[in-house]
Write a protein that binds this ligand. Structure first.
Ligand code: UDP
Length: 253
């Protein structure tokens, strides 16, 4: 099906996990994967949508890796989370250059000051970049340990006044169970925030969902690996799962 050339959403916050930068079962950064994400972001941007991106760091490391029995005696849990935040900056540098290679201007902003590598995140400056047609990438999460980049994404979406938080994943949306393990898992097309929390659907951390619920920020979860899906989402096509206040738990099939 042809994708509409017009953006329904004029400003979005896209959350990309670090895993989107690598091949299944691998770690680190594969530039071919980064370029695929950058290409979709550039296309969405060319549709007239202002794009803010929050990037994860799970392809490099997550704080939780070091917060288990043996390692926590050596690495302080807060230090482990700071290591995770630094991983997101490495990804952010790769993504910013990849987006610029597609002919769009991008700015990498960090919640932790790293002068010489990227700009500090300053809300007014971030909005100014968006108004000037620059894609902004927010790295280092919230700048605080013990949370994930999902929480950062919810918080930045509110700050930049995005119309929707788009969570790009490797599956088609939110399922009743892990579709890779349970063949009977059903895909939800719509959900309300409370059902997500009550059913403990773990596509996003609960702090992030609570934040979205409190501020009525809609969330879209969809498969970014299907080419053109970020553009489809920006065009307002009903792909994946829509999470909002009044949605009923509709399923597919
Ligand atoms: N992190 C943190 N504070 C934040 C965001 C991230 O401490 O505000 C740390 C946390 O340890 C996390 C890691 O950075 O595991 C990488 O982020 P995340 O796990 O969200 O990456 P993703 O799973 O999206 O690739």
């Amino acid at each position: 099906m042809e994708i509409s050339a017009d953006a329904k959403f004029k400003r979005i916050l896209l959350k990309l996990s670090g895993e989107s930068f690598t091949h299944p079962g691998e770690r680190g950064i594969s530039m071919d994967q980064v370029l695929k994400a950058a290409q979709q972001i550039a296309q969405a941007h060319k549709m007239g949508c202002q794009v803010g991106v929050v990037i994860g760091g799970g392809n490099i490391l997550r704080g939780s890796q070091f917060i288990s029995a043996n390692s926590s005696a050596i690495v302080n849990p807060a230090s482990a989370h700071y290591m995770g935040m630094l991983a997101t900056v490495i990804n952010g540098l790769a993504l910013a250059d990849a987006i610029e290679s597609m002919g769009c201007t991008a700015r990498l902003m960090s919640a932790i000051r790293m002068d010489g590598i990227c700009e500090p995140y300053i809300r007014r400056r971030a909005k100014r970049h968006l108004e000037k047609d620059r894609v902004i990438i927010m790295a280092a999460g919230t700048g605080r340990p013990y949370v994930t980049t999902d929480t950062a994404a919810a918080s930045y979406a509110l700050e930049i006044e995005a119309e929707v938080l788009m969570k790009a994943t490797k599956v088609d949306g939110v399922y009743s169970d892990d579709p890779n393990k349970n063949p009977h898992a059903v895909l939800y097309t719509e959900l309300d925030y409370s059902s997500v929390l009550e059913q403990n659907l773990r596509f996003m951390d609960s702090t992030a969902i609570s934040h979205c619920m409190e501020h009525s920020l809609p969330v879209m979860v969809f498969n970014y690996q299907k080419e053109g899906n970020i553009q489809r989402a920006v065009a307002g096509e009903k792909i994946g799962t829509w999470i909002g206040s009044r949605a009923t738990a509709k399923t597919v099939g």
